[in-house]
Design a protein around this ligand. Structure first.
Ligand SMILES: *[C@@H]1O[C@H](CO)[C@@H](O)[C@H](O)[C@H]1NC(C)=O
Ligand SMILES: *[C@@H]1O[C@H](CO)[C@@H](O)[C@H](O)[C@H]1NC(C)=O
Ligand SMILES: *[C@@H]1O[C@H](CO)[C@@H](O)[C@H](O)[C@H]1NC(C)=O
Ligand SMILES: *[C@@H]1O[C@H](CO)[C@@H](O)[C@H](O)[C@H]1NC(C)=O
Ligand SMILES: *[C@@H]1O[C@H](CO)[C@@H](O)[C@H](O)[C@H]1NC(C)=O
Ligand SMILES: *[C@@H]1O[C@H](CO)[C@@H](O)[C@H](O)[C@H]1NC(C)=O
Ligand SMILES: *[C@@H]1O[C@H](CO)[C@@H](O)[C@H](O)[C@H]1NC(C)=O
Ligand SMILES: *[C@@H]1O[C@H](CO)[C@@H](O)[C@H](O)[C@H]1NC(C)=O
Ligand SMILES: *[C@@H]1O[C@H](CO)[C@@H](O)[C@H](O)[C@H]1NC(C)=O
Ligand SMILES: *[C@@H]1O[C@H](CO)[C@@H](O)[C@H](O)[C@H]1NC(C)=O
Ligand SMILES: *[C@@H]1O[C@H](CO)[C@@H](O)[C@H](O)[C@H]1NC(C)=O
Ligand SMILES: *[C@@H]1O[C@H](CO)[C@@H](O)[C@H](O)[C@H]1NC(C)=O
Length: 758
């Protein structure tokens, strides 16, 4: 039953390249293991033809001449087989932030006594949320992309969203119908906010216009990305025309059927209520065809899977089921008209986020407009915590992908649901015949990499992965390059596995946690927030501290860990969490002192306790500042470089200021006046010292000078906003990485003994 459904679907789906060559995988080896190029040999066996792909399979063995022979039925299978050998046998891997550690593989690669065999249990492994392109990769260079794409290829991803640089195509489509450059540029959003512009939540920019030179540069970047994806055996999910247009549409098409989208998160109307050309208007199909034709000309015919979201946190103009069906029917027709093989990929987020609007009747009507089930592919975006596939009866038969969202806004708490991401996708696979893939849809790529790896590996195991063994193996590759890997590191990670990474209480937290010091200071409402920006701490603090001590002690057994980038990253991350958690009782104590005391008698106590808050944050800042991956200046300098890479003229410094503003605004106020304040907050060195500490100081000073009865929320908020607005415009100084972690931790440990006491 299940297999035959899949077959029907898969035989009509498009799978890229005509004459497949293993060159892309060999090139990956050249890039990452230059001294081992001759040690590997790749061979496509029974290769899936385009339109034929079901599941991927590989076999890795040692050939009689000693090379590691990787055989598989697709390029993605070859990359996955290679990865399996590298992690399980050579114990090396490539990671976010840290980069590739594959070159640390032993000079003489271990022989295999028995072949390694693997088979995927789903044909698709998807990667990226639409907003990852703003939270994580907004300012990425080609080198960053190369690293990311190798990471994805090795982990078996074969269906990535390719969402960079589409403004170039859009600009051409808009110019073609007579919109002026001014009308177009005032519609486009800044580099850190493009995702929301692309699906109609926002329009325009609250500081500057995108330079055409940057739009061009992003387009060139996208061409390289798409090409590399194809070489690595991936089917890129390409942009398409959504219907969102500049307001000038009514000038060029006075009779156009347009409506305004809804207001998003209290943004001023100028920046939201985006104009939407109704798919029932014939001009919709015209623009779709123009968009897809231009895009195919630019990238070649590399994929027929198109991403298209029209109602992301943006309710349709009408809830009439007939209207909703007309929307999808005409949108679908426009895609098929432009590409007869088109498959419409849609994020299912709306059905969850706007569930009041999306009643079962409306969901069914909306999905039924796409009359061929296999012409649609739905991302069940938040499957680990808020799956929608059960209530929508597997999207009424449309193929769908089980996705782990895990993180909102690139927030940085240690967090995981190891039970849910191993057990539940397997259960879903046996319960839903239209489930065709597993995927990752994090808003931002942050830490917690192990739980992303875990779900992608689950796509190759019929039974839920045993996490105890998995974590152990993961640590072996993670700390490659050290002379030895002390047992303490394994124990530390095993404790994290059963505590920090095993949240099962979804009432308390459904995603990565946020530290309260990153929130706008307040006497109430900060601690124990639940939901998807939770501030709860869902494990015993003692377990975290025990892991910290084990990691710290491991460096005594193996001092070379202090030179190991992966270890340094983890040590900073665990210390970050320990200090962030320690902030909570200090804050609670400070506020209760304030609320209980009379001003005069408690001023001294308040001063002391307030000082403790800011000095804990200073200690945290000093730890974070040892590592560029936890550093504000890395984000800011990438924004400035992105600006300068695009414009050689003297306009570049204005552009750099604009991009730097955008970068700052996204992680703090998120909007001209804090419309979704602190949504994408970060625990970064330089940000703690220049932003969070001053904010807490304003709060502390205010409480010192104001009795509890006179506490005035409006007055305090004004002071805080005033500070935040000024901070947006500050000049960025590249402070770089200051001192080494070992020194800093020694000092912080001595100063905050109680925090680290196991
Ligand atoms: C390739 O297909 C043939 C014929 O179906 C089969 O006998 C053979 O075992 C397959 N080889 C691999 C490596 O799967
Ligand atoms: C080693 O053997 C493999 C498998 O037979 C073959 O693909 C590869 O070309 C050989 N390598 C060399 C250097 O002969
Ligand atoms: C859409 O918003 C614009 C700008 O605020 C306004 O002028 C226009 O009347 C609105 N259109 C509709 C149909 O509400
Ligand atoms: C913007 O959308 C909101 C609903 O979300 C609506 O009340 C308001 O009238 C809209 N404004 C315009 C100008 O379209
Ligand atoms: C839906 O489309 C049909 C056919 O074009 C049309 O007759 C009908 O009025 C439309 N319904 C709504 C609610 O727009
Ligand atoms: C790409 O080629 C396939 C196979 O011939 C075809 O079905 C598809 O429509 C083409 N895509 C585009 C955008 O023309
Ligand atoms: C799968 O179906 C079984 C039997 O109907 C049910 O007990 C289980 O809860 C379902 N699992 C999921 C994840 O929906
Ligand atoms: C996670 O917690 C649940 C419930 O508390 C428990 O049943 C399960 O064994 C735990 N799993 C791990 C890996 O610790
Ligand atoms: C997994 O997530 C579902 C929500 O989809 C929830 O009902 C269930 O309790 C979770 N299970 C665990 C072990 O966390
Ligand atoms: C889950 O979390 C909620 C809210 O934090 C709490 O009230 C409840 O007791 C927790 N449930 C369990 C089983 O721990
Ligand atoms: C604190 O939170 C309350 C609601 O919880 C909110 O009304 C207020 O504006 C916030 N800010 C300050 C500074 O009190
Ligand atoms: C609170 O502060 C605001 C802004 O400074 C001020 O307008 C208002 O009068 C104050 N409220 C009270 C009750 O003092």
């Amino acid at each position: 039953m299940r297999l035959s459904t899949l077959l029907v679907w898969a035989t009509t789906a498009l799978t890229v390249t005509s004459a497949q060559s293993v060159r892309g995988i060999q090139d990956l080896v050249k890039r990452r293991l230059p001294h081992h190029v001759d040690c590997f040999s790749f061979s496509l066996v029974n290769a899936t033809q385009p339109y034929e792909q079901i599941n991927d399979q590989y076999t890795v063995s040692t050939a009689s001449n000693g090379t590691v022979l990787v055989e598989g039925n697709s390029l993605s299978a070859l990359a996955s087989g290679l990865h399996r050998y590298l992690t399980d046998v050579a114990h090396v891997d490539i990671y976010w932030f840290i980069g590739s550690r594959l070159h640390l593989a032993p000079a003489r690669l271990p022989m295999l006594s028995a072949p390694l065999e693997g088979a995927s249990i789903v044909p698709w492994r998807y990667h990226f949320n639409t907003v990852t392109f703003s939270y994580t990769s907004a300012f990425w260079t080609w080198e960053d992309w190369e690293s990311q794409l190798d990471w994805m290829a090795l982990r078996g991803v074969n269906l990535p969203l390719a969402w960079v640089g589409q403004e170039k195509i859009l600009v051409e489509v808009f110019r073609e119908i007579g919109l002026t450059d001014d009308e177009i540029l005032t519609y486009l959003s800044g580099p850190a906010f493009q995702a929301w512009n692309r699906f109609g939540n926002i329009q325009g920019s609250w500081e500057g216009d995108l330079p055409f030179s940057w739009i061009d540069a992003q387009f060139e970047l996208q061409k390289r990305i798409v090409k590399r994806m194809v070489e690595l055996g991936m089917t890129p999910v390409l942009p398409s025309f959504t219907g969102f247009v500049p307001r000038g549409i009514e000038r060029v098409f006075p009779d156009a059927m347009v409506v305004n989208g809804s207001r998003w998160n209290d943004f001023p109307t100028t920046y939201t209520n985006v104009t939407f050309l109704e798919p029932t208007d014939s001009r919709f199909a015209q623009l779709q065809k123009s968009f897809i034709t231009k895009q195919t000309a630019a990238y070649g015919n590399v994929s027929s899977i198109y991403t298209l979201d029209q109602y992301n946190e943006n309710d349709p103009y009408s809830g009439d089921p007939d209207y909703l069906r007309n929307i999808t029917y005409n949108t679908w027709k426009s895609l098929k008209d432009a590409d007869p093989a088109a498959i419409w990929l849609m994020q299912g987020w709306l059905f969850y986020s706007n569930s009041d609007f999306w009643t079962d009747t409306r969901v069914e009507a909306f999905l039924s407009g796409v009359e061929e089930d296999q012409d649609m592919l739905i991302l069940d975006l938040f499957s680990e915590s808020a799956p929608q596939w059960q209530r929508t009866k597997s999207y009424y038969g449309k193929p769908w992908i089980w996705c782990q969202l895990h993180d909102y806004g690139g927030n940085m708490g240690l967090y995981g649901q190891v039970e849910n991401i191993t057990v539940n996708p397997i259960e879903a696979l046996s319960n839903s015949s239209s489930l065709v893939g597993f995927g990752l849809t994090m808003e931002g790529q942050e830490g917690n990499e192990i739980v992303y790896d875990l779900l992608l590996d689950q796509a190759w195991s019929k039974t839920p992965i045993n996490t105890k063994d998995y974590f152990r193996d993961w640590v072996s590759s993670r700390y490659a390059g050290s002379k030895s890997i002390p047992e303490e590191t394994y124990t530390a990670w095993d404790i994290l596995r059963t505590t920090v990474y095993n949240n099962t209480n979804l009432t308390s937290a459904t995603a990565v946690t946020k530290s309260i010091f990153e929130l706008s200071p307040n006497i109430s409402g900060l601690v124990n927030r639940s939901g998807h920006h939770p501030t709860t701490i869902n494990y015993p603090q003692a377990a975290l501290i025990q892991s910290w001590n084990l990691l710290y002690d491991a460096t005594k057994a193996e001092p070379s860990l202090w030179d190991n980038q992966a270890f340094l990253y983890d040590m900073v991350d665990v210390t970050r969490q320990a200090l962030a958690n320690a902030f909570v009782p200090l804050y609670t104590d400070f506020v209760s002192t304030y609320l209980s005391g009379t001003k005069s008698q408690d001023e001294h106590t308040l001063i002391t306790k307030g000082h403790k808050l800011t000095s804990l944050l200073s200690a945290l800042d000093s730890v974070l500042s040892t590592n560029k991956h936890f550093s504000l200046s890395t984000w800011l300098s990438s924004s400035r470089s992105s600006a300068s890479s695009a414009s050689a003229s003297n306009a570049s410094s204005t552009t750099a200021d604009f991009f730097s503003y955008d970068a700052r605004n996204q992680i703090t106020l998120w909007g001209p006046n804090g419309e979704i304040n602190d949504y994408a907050s970060k625990s970064w060195g330089g940000l703690v010292s220049s932003y969070y500490i001053p904010r807490w100081s304003i709060f502390i000073d205010y409480l010192k000078s104001t009795s509890a009865v006179a506490y005035n929320t409006t007055a305090l908020n004004e002071k805080l906003l005033d500070f935040s607005l000024k901070w947006q415009m500050e000049e960025s100084k590249d402070v770089g990485v200051k001192v080494d972690l070992q020194d800093v931790l020694g000092r912080v440990h001595a100063e905050w003994k109680d925090v680290f006491m196991a």
